[in-house]
Write a protein of this length. Structure first.
Length: 280
């Protein structure tokens, strides 16, 4: 009886509310110690996602999406000679679950086009890796390339691979039909770590890193000596990254929003009268 009562109470909400499915596809990239440009498609990778959307009113909507992206960068693409000589690189897959509040400037039910903005909260997972000289995939966090977790460097803690972010961005959407809209959006992620690329601080002692983590850690911490006439491992304390600026990642692309119920019927239930169709 209680279940039937609950269903009866929720039925008007589920039938009258405008529920939608979102499908996203585009590219992802990052800004950090190996990619200084704030926004670029250079070294970008594919990203995609899907989610659910509930329209609160003609201008505001709540969304929850599960997205996947991949980011990476290499010093070999840098315009700066000193960074090319460092010769570091990384990649990481990023899985993200977010909850967003979206605002449409115009009522898309009565307009063909509207700009929109969004902001929210997200939890994401990453795990940076690189490839050694033999092509072997090597995860970087366990190597403590900057002394993370080593007793000789108590101020450098291991970074968490699952963290919080603040997603925000803007886009423009086009109404294709009563049930389908097409959008292009740019979504930025404000992070609270400088370790997305495993580069943040300064080089630690080569001998300490070798004793604690082995030759592979030394090889992946500094890769300038892989280049012709490249210098040897830098002295401890030499800057390796910039610790004063956190990393960012972003996802841009097309989003298709599909209504799960009849958009025209929902408008009538909300008091919006459709114009009569022409009769020929």
């Amino acid at each position: 009886m209680k279940k039937l009562l609950l269903v009866a109470m929720l039925s008007p909400l589920l039938t009258q509310a405008q529920w939608n499915v979102n499908l996203f596809g585009g590219f992802s990239n990052y800004n950090g110690d190996l990619q200084s440009q704030n926004y670029t498609t250079q070294q970008a990778h594919l990203s995609f996602g899907a989610g659910i959307q509930y329209d609160l009113n003609p201008h505001f909507a709540l969304l929850s999406n599960l997205t996947y992206g991949k980011v990476g960068a290499a010093d070999s693409y840098s315009p700066f000679a000193d960074l090319r000589a460092r010769n570091l690189s990384f990649q990481t897959d990023i899985g993200e679950l977010n909850v967003l509040l979206e605002y449409d400037l115009f009522d898309i039910r009565n307009h063909r086009v509207t700009p929109y903005v969004f902001v929210g909260a997200a939890v994401y997972h990453f795990n940076p890796y690189a490839y050694d000289t033999t092509g072997k995939k090597v995860y970087l966090r366990p190597l403590s390339t900057e002394g993370e977790g080593l007793p000789q460097y108590p101020g450098r803690k291991e970074y968490a691979l699952t963290q919080m972010a603040i997603p925000f961005g803007a886009g423009i959407k086009f109404r294709i039909s009563d049930k389908v809209t097409l959008s292009y959006e740019i979504g930025l992620r404000k992070l609270f770590t400088d370790e997305l690329d495993d580069v943040s601080n300064s080089y630690i002692s080569e001998s300490v890193l070798l004793a604690a983590k082995g030759p592979e850690a030394v090889e992946m911490a500094y890769r300038g000596n892989e280049l012709r006439d490249g210098p040897a491992y830098p002295a401890a304390g030499t800057p390796r990254g910039g610790p004063h600026h956190d990393d960012w990642y972003y996802m841009s692309g097309l989003k298709v929003t599909i209504a799960l119920n009849d958009g025209a019927a929902v408008r009538r239930q909300k008091g919006v009268i459709d114009c009569p169709k022409k009769v020929y």
